[in-house]
Design a protein around this ligand. Structure first.
Ligand SMILES: [Zn+2]
Length: 459
C-alpha cells in the first residue's frame, strides 16, 4: 500500500515538473509595448576593451521553455559609455549550433505613461561562438547625464534554443569630469516622500561651500514651494552643475544657443552651467529649473500640459523678488498699454529678447495675482485639473470662476492706473507718440554730436 502511495506521489511530481517550467516561461514581456530602434552601424571597437563583466552569479538567468541545459552560454557582456554621443553594448556567447539572432532589449528609467521596452538588433556573424555589438546612437535618444537604462540580451540558435540574460543597469554618466556629490540632509521626511536622498548635487569645480550654498538654496526653495503652492518632489532629484555654459553645451547633442540650464522632467535630472564666480546668479537659475521640475512631476500625465505663463510664472515666483530689469519692462508695458494677452502667453514665448522679457515679467505678475488674491489651495486645484487634461479656460473657470479673458481683465484691473494721470485716455497714445518722437529726435542729435566730437578728437 505504502509503495503504491509513493509511486503515485512520484508520478504526480514527475508530471508536475514540466508544467512548472512551462509556468515560469510564461513570464515574458509580451504585454509590454515594443518599438524597434533597428540595427545600428557597428563602431570600430576593440573587443574586450573597457568591458565590464556583467554576469552576477547571484542573479539567476531567466530561461525559456525551449532552453535545454547549457545550449547557449554567455562568455561576457558589457557596455562602454561614450558620453554624450553613444553607448556600445557588447556580448560574447556560444552554443552547440550557430547563433543566428542576438538582440539587446532596454528600458529607460523615467516617468512614463506606459512601460516601453525598446530593441536593438546586434551586428555579428552567425557562428557557434559570436561577438555581438549594438551601438546606441544618442542622436535618437538625448539621454541626460546620470540617466539609467535597464538592459538584457536575447539570443537564439539554429536549433531553436533561446536565452535571455538577467537585467543589468547602464548608467549614462558624464565621465569627462571628476564629479563630487552632496546629498540633502533628509529634511523632506515630514513630507512622507523620498527621505534623505531627495536632492543630490553633482559638481566638479568649486569647493564644498559652493555646493553647500547651492544645496541650501534648493532646500529653502523646496520648502517655499510646498508652503506657497503645495507641491513637493515625488522622485529623488539629481542636479549636475557644470562649471560653465560651454561645458553644459558639451554635454548635449543638440545644444541651443541660449541653453543655460535644462530640467529633464521625466528623468528628475537637472543639468545647468554655474561658474563658481557667478554663484548668486546660479542660485536663482537653479531654483528656477528645480521649480519647473517639481511642478512638472506634480502635473505629469498623458493629457495635461501647463500654459507657458503658469509654468514660467511659478518658476519665477519661487526665485523670489522679480529682477529689477524685468520689473521696469513690465511697468513700461503697462504705461505704454502694450501688455501681451494671457491667451498669447499660453504658447512658447517669443525668441525676441524684449518680448521674451515682458512675457516672463507678466507671467510672474499673473502668478503673484492668483496666489495673493486666491491662495495656494486654488493654485494646487488648478494644477491638478490641468493634469487631468482640462482646457485652460475650463480649468480656470472651474477653480476661479473666470476664464483666460477674465483672468486678463481682473489682473489688469489690479495694475497701476493710467500712464499719464489726469489726461483723457484717448489722448494718451497721441501724447506718448509725440513725446516719443521728441525724445528720439533729441537722442539722435545727441548721438550725432557725440560721434562728431569723438571723430574730431581722434584726429
Ligand atoms: Zn523657465
Amino acid at each position: 500500500m505504502i509503495g503504491r502511495i509513493v509511486l503515485v506521489v512520484l508520478t504526480l511530481l514527475l508530471l508536475s515538473a514540466p508544467s512548472f517550467v512551462g509556468g515560469q516561461s510564461s513570464i515574458s514581456n509580451s504585454d509590454i509595448g515594443c518599438h524597434s530602434e533597428g540595427a545600428a552601424r557597428p563602431k570600430n571597437l576593440a573587443q574586450g576593451e573597457l568591458r565590464e563583466e556583467s554576469r552576477d552569479p547571484s542573479l539567476p538567468l531567466r530561461m525559456t521553455a525551449q532552453q535545454t541545459e547549457n545550449a547557449i552560454a554567455i562568455i561576457a557582456s558589457g557596455v562602454e559609455v561614450d558620453f554624450p554621443a553613444q553607448a556600445v553594448f557588447t556580448l560574447e556567447a556560444e552554443s552547440r549550433s550557430d547563433i543566428i539572432d542576438v538582440r539587446l532589449r532596454y528600458r529607460v528609467d523615467k516617468m512614463k505613461y506606459a512601460e516601453v521596452v525598446s530593441e536593438g538588433w546586434a551586428s555579428f556573424s552567425p557562428a557557434t561562438r559570436i561577438e555581438a555589438e549594438w551601438v546606441w546612437d544618442m542622436r535618437n535618444a538625448s539621454l541626460p547625464p546620470g540617466a539609467e537604462v535597464t538592459y538584457w540580451w536575447t539570443i537564439e540558435d539554429t536549433d531553436g534554443n533561446t536565452f535571455e540574460t538577467s537585467p543589468e543597469v547602464m548608467c549614462f554618466n558624464d565621465a569627462r569630469y571628476l564629479w563630487q556629490s552632496l546629498t540633502s540632509s533628509g529634511f523632506l521626511a515630514e513630507w512622507q516622500t523620498y527621505q534623505g536622498d531627495a536632492l543630490t548635487i553633482f559638481w566638479y569645480e568649486g569647493d564644498d561651500s559652493f555646493a553647500r550654498e547651492l544645496m541650501d538654496t534648493c532646500e529653502e526653495g523646496l520648502v517655499r514651494l510646498t508652503e506657497d503652492i503645495g507641491t513637493y518632489p515625488e522622485r529623488p532629484i539629481r542636479m549636475y552643475i557644470y562649471a560653465s555654459t560651454e561645458d553644459l553645451r558639451g554635454a548635449m547633442i543638440f545644444p541651443q544657443e541660449w541653453t543655460g540650464g535644462v530640467a529633464y522632467t521625466e528623468f528628475s535630472i537637472i543639468a545647468i552651467g554655474i561658474p563658481p564666480a557667478r554663484l548668486s546668479w546660479g542660485k536663482r537659475a537653479l531654483i528656477h529649473e528645480l521649480t519647473h521640475l517639481v511642478v512638472h512631476q506634480a502635473t505629469f500625465g498623458p493629457y495635461g500640459r501647463l500654459p507657458t505663463w503658469l509654468d514660467e510664472g511659478l518658476a519665477m515666483h519661487n526665485e523670489g523678488e522679480l529682477e529689477p530689469h524685468l520689473g521696469s519692462r513690465l511697468e513700461k508695458a503697462i504705461s505704454d498699454d502694450e501688455l501681451i494677452s494671457v491667451r498669447s502667453l499660453c504658447s512658447p514665448f517669443s525668441a525676441e529678447p524684449d518680448q521674451a522679457y515682458l512675457s516672463y515679467a507678466q507671467s510672474y505678475s499673473l502668478v503673484e495675482y492668483l496666489l495673493d488674491n486666491h491662495g495656494k489651495t486654488r493654485m494646487l486645484d488648478l494644477l491638478s485639473i490641468l493634469k487631468q487634461g482640462s482646457t485652460y479656460d475650463d480649468a480656470l473657470t472651474d477653480v476661479y470662476g473666470f476664464d483666460m479673458d477674465g483672468l486678463d481683465a481682473n489682473w489688469r484691473a489690479t495694475l497701476s492706473g493710467p500712464a499719464v494721470p489726469g489726461w483723457p485716455t484717448w489722448l494718451q497714445p497721441a501724447v506718448i507718440t509725440v513725446l516719443g518722437a521728441l525724445a528720439t529726435g533729441l537722442a539722435v542729435r545727441y548721438v550725432l554730436r557725440k560721434r562728431t566730437c569723438r571723430r574730431s578728437s581722434a584726429k
